[in-house]
Design a protein around this ligand. Structure first.
Ligand code: AHR
Length: 329
C-alpha cells in the first residue's frame, strides 16, 4: 500500500512537471499592416498637420508599419514612391495626389499587384474608378461656395452690394482638386455678380513665399482692390505681408477683405485678431478615417467610395479663444 501511495505521488509530481515544462504556446502577434503613404510635400501648415495625422495613426502601437514618402510637390516623385511600395509588397497604398491628371498607368500597376489604393485629400481623374478603393477628403466645392455666400452677405451687411468689387485671386497648385474647385466657385460667383471682377489670378502654389513674391510684384503696380481670395492660409500670410509692404490695410475694418482656406492654428489666431475676415476650414486630420476604412477592408467589408471630413467656417465674430485652444493643428 505504501508503495502504491508513493508511486501515485511520484506520478502526480511527474505530470505536474511535464505540464510546467511544456513549452508555452507563444501567442502569435497580429502581423503588422504595412501602409505606404505618398504625401504631396510640406508646402503648408495644412499639409504638415495632415502628415502628422497619418504618422500618429499608422504607428507601431496601433499595429502598423508606415512607409512615408514626401514627393516635394512633384508627381514623378509620387510615381516612384508608388512603384517602390509595390516592390516592397505593402498591404495598402495611401495616396495624396498632387494633381488630378496622369495617374492611370501607375494605378493600374498597383491594381495588377493586388494592392488596394486609398486616396486622401485630392482626387484623381481616371477612366476606371475601380483603380482606387476609396477616397477621403474635403468637400472643396462646398467650402468655396460657402465662402462666396459669406462674401455676398458681408457686402450686403456693409451696404456695398451694389459697389464695384475687385477681387485678387491667389491660386494653389494648378490642377489639384483644391485649386480646381475653389477657383470654379469663385469664377461662378463672379459671373453671377456683374459688379464683382477678378482683377488677377496669381499662381501661389499654396506657399507663403511664392504668394508673397507674386502678390508683392502685383501690388507694387496695382492697389485698386477690395477682396483677396486665397486658396489657402499660407498664401494669405504671404499676401498680408505684401499688403503690409505697400501700406494697405486688411481684415476687419481694413481696406481689403481677406478670405482664406484651411483654418489652421496660425490663421485662426490671425482671424481672432481681426486680420483675416473669413477662415474656411479644410480638415487635415484624416488619419483616423483612413484607419477605419482599412479596418473595414480587413474585415472583408466594402467601404464607401467617397467620404468627407467634417468642416466649419470662422470669422472674427464667430471665433472664440476656446475654439482656438481646442485646435490641435
Ligand atoms: O489639398 C488641400 C490643400 O493643399 C490645402 O488647402 C492646402 O493648404 C494644401 O497645401
Amino acid at each position: 500500500m505504501k508503495r502504491l501511495i508513493l508511486f501515485s505521488v511520484m506520478l502526480f509530481l511527474l505530470l505536474c512537471a511535464c505540464r510546467s515544462t511544456e513549452p508555452a504556446v507563444a501567442e502569435t502577434p497580429n502581423p503588422m499592416i504595412v501602409v505606404g503613404f505618398s504625401q504631396v510635400g510640406a508646402e503648408s501648415d495644412w499639409r504638415v498637420a495632415n502628415s502628422e495625422s497619418m504618422k500618429n495613426t499608422f504607428c507601431e502601437e496601433n499595429g502598423y508599419e508606415l512607409i512615408f514618402s514626401d514627393a516635394r510637390q512633384k508627381q514623378e516623385n509620387q510615381f516612384e514612391a508608388i512603384r517602390n511600395f509595390i516592390q516592397q509588397e505593402v498591404d495598402y497604398i495611401v495616396l495624396a495626389p498632387v494633381q488630378e491628371d496622369g495617374w492611370q498607368s501607375v494605378l493600374e500597376e498597383a491594381r495588377d499587384a493586388g494592392i488596394p489604393v486609398i486616396l486622401v485629400d485630392r482626387m484623381v481623374t481616371v477612366e476606371d474608378d475601380s483603380l482606387y478603393t476609396s477616397w477621403i477628403g474635403s468637400d472643396f466645392e462646398k467650402q468655396a461656395d460657402a465662402a462666396m455666400k459669406w462674401l455676398e452677405e458681408e457686402l450686403r451687411d456693409e451696404q456695398r452690394d451694389a459697389d464695384s468689387i475687385k477681387i485678387l485671386h491667389l491660386q494653389g497648385t494648378i490642377g489639384s482638386t483644391a485649386q480646381i474647385l475653389r477657383t470654379r466657385s469663385l469664377e461662378a460667383a463672379a459671373a453671377e455678380h456683374p459688379n464683382w471682377s477678378i482683377v488677377a489670378q496669381l499662381q501661389g502654389e499654396f506657399t507663403q513665399a511664392k504668394a508673397y513674391e507674386i502678390a508683392g510684384a502685383y501690388l507694387r503696380e496695382n492697389q485698386d482692390l477690395n477682396v483677396v481670395y486665397c486658396e489657402n492660409d499660407n498664401m494669405a500670410f504671404g499676401v498680408m505681408q505684401a499688403l503690409d509692404d505697400v501700406g494697405m490695410t486688411y481684415g476687419a475694418g481694413g481696406d481689403v477683405i481677406i478670405i482664406s482656406f484651411d483654418a489652421a492654428r496660425t490663421a485662426l489666431e490671425r482671424c481672432l485678431s481681426g486680420e483675416i475676415n473669413l477662415c474656411v476650414e479644410c480638415n487635415p486630420l484624416q488619419g483616423p478615417q483612413v484607419e477605419q476604412l482599412i479596418a473595414q477592408l480587413e474585415a472583408g467589408q466594402i467601404p464607401p467610395k467617397a467620404s468627407y471630413v467634417p468642416e466649419a467656417m470662422f470669422t472674427p465674430e464667430s471665433l472664440t479663444q476656446t475654439i482656438l485652444d481646442g485646435r490641435s493643428y
